[in-house]
Design a protein around this ligand. Structure first.
Ligand code: ZN
Length: 425
């Protein structure tokens, strides 16, 4: 999964140009020279201060209120400078971004990137870092029983920065959505003490907990599951993300147990009971939760985002705090495709470019403790940068209910820098 960044020998020139990433290539400087030049040529010490320059793009960084043409200079895996004109001669590599949109590396708060364990998992690098998302949260694919494998076999090998929400149910999503095998149908698997133990043993990677509430996944156990999830989150001092998708019990029973900093994902799905009451008004428990500081996340997914419901929520003043994709094996061929496509759907809903980028960068970064400065291009932050084409035209976008809307703009991934290294879609 990890492409070689330690040796450039044996790669063709084309592979070097296409795959390798700027910083790794140039960091290999003398090695590369001796491998490609003949004779005993010796390079002079390289005085250029920057490893990579992302040059001439329209930089949109809501963390700094910035929307302007800028050059972004990277050194040793960190953002070094961001200025109107940085001389090309000061960098060992350049990523030309004229006419393109440059943002902090996107953060996707809801993905499933544990392939091979259960039906949902996808290869993280192919769909995340190569398509603009430098950091992703896996939302509960693993539980206590499978997290050690997730850590060792996926997270530690991926180029995408992966953090996890541990499913409070120890079997995680190994059974997928198979009817009659939902993870909360047997409460013995929902052991908050075990979840807390594993979270504590993996503090560097587990940043919160996840639990799912759809009637076919829980039967009558949803409130009992919520009580246990609450206990785990309180004991570990971590945020809790709940999935809503037609719970058995009234929504109030679940939302009333959520605290400031907890998140509702799939918030804008059309299943009932959802955010809206029978009359189409936002439920009082939704407004109360928002007042308490509960966050509302998109989590588009294959069945969990409705243009219609989103528009009704927006009309009543409820905007998502974060925009995530819920990218998994059943929606990478549509209707989700990637996080950039999900963001594009909010452009057609009237959000500005800055407002959508904010919800997938700094807002997402603030929702969890990622253990790294991300979601911003401030000097000193991780050198995670996403570059997009902003295409103009008529684009048909489809929601999870197979309803369509036409948008005039589409964000399309062009290149991503993660830790100073360049990736292409
Ligand atoms: Zn999900």
């Amino acid at each position: 999964m990890r492409s070689s960044s330690t040796s450039v020998r044996g790669l063709t020139r084309r592979e070097l140009l296409v795959n390798l990433s700027g910083a790794a290539l140039f960091a290999a400087g003398p090695g590369l020279s001796s491998a490609t030049a003949s004779g005993d040529w010796h390079a002079a010490p390289d005085e250029r201060p920057f490893d990579l320059l992302v040059q001439g793009g329209r930089v949109i960084d809501p963390s700094q209120g910035l929307d302007a043409v800028r050059d972004v200079a990277i050194r040793e895996g960190k953002i070094s400078r961001i200025e109107a004109a940085i001389p090309l001669a000061q960098a060992r590599g350049v990523l030309r971004a004229e006419g393109k949109i440059v943002t902090p590396g996107l953060i996707d708060l809801h993905t499933h990137v544990f392939p091979g364990v259960g039906p949902f998992g996808i290869e993280p690098d192919l769909y995340c870092v190569r398509r603009g998302a430098t950091t992703v949260l896996d939302a509960g694919t693993s539980g206590a029983f499978s997290f050690p494998a997730f850590r060792k076999l996926v997270i530690e090998r991926a180029e995408t920065r992966i953090r996890a929400l541990l499913h409070v149910v120890s079997i995680g999503l190994v059974a997928g959505n198979t009817d009659n095998m939902g993870e909360l149908l047997d409460l013995r698997y929902c052991d908050p003490r075990l979840a807390v133990k594993v979270a504590r043993e993996n503090r560097d990677l587990i940043v919160g907990f996840k639990i799912r509430f759809s009637n076919f996944l829980t039967g009558a156990n949803d409130v009992a599951g919520m009580v246990r999830a609450r206990a785990a989150a309180d004991e570990a001092g971590l945020p809790l993300m709940i999935h809503i998708g037609g719970p058995t019990s009234p929504l109030r029973e679940l939302l009333s147990r959520m605290k400031k900093g907890d998140l509702v994902t799939h918030a804008f799905n059309s299943r009932v009971p959802g955010l809206l009451d029978e009359g189409g008004k936002l439920r009082s428990e939704v407004l109360e939760a928002r007042e308490r500081g509960v966050l509302f996340d998109v989590g588009h997914g294959g069945g969990s985002f409705s243009f219609d419901l989103m528009e009704k929520s927006l009309a009543q003043g409820l905007r998502p705090d974060t925009i995530s994709s819920d990218l998994h094996a059943f929606n990478i061929e549509g209707p989700v495709f990637d996080l950039a496509t999900t963001l594009s759907k909010f452009l057609l809903l009237g959000f500005s470019l800055s407002e959508v980028i904010e919800r997938a960068t700094i807002n997402a970064a603030r929702a969890f403790n990622f253990g790294a400065e991300i979601g911003t291009l401030k000097p000193g932050a991780e050198a995670d940068v996403a570059v997009f084409d902003l295409r103009e035209g008529d684009f048909t976008f489809t929601d999870a209910d197979k309803k369509t809307r036409t948008g005039r703009q589409m964000l399309a991934p062009f290149a991503t820098v993660r830790g100073g290294k360049v990736f292409r879609p």
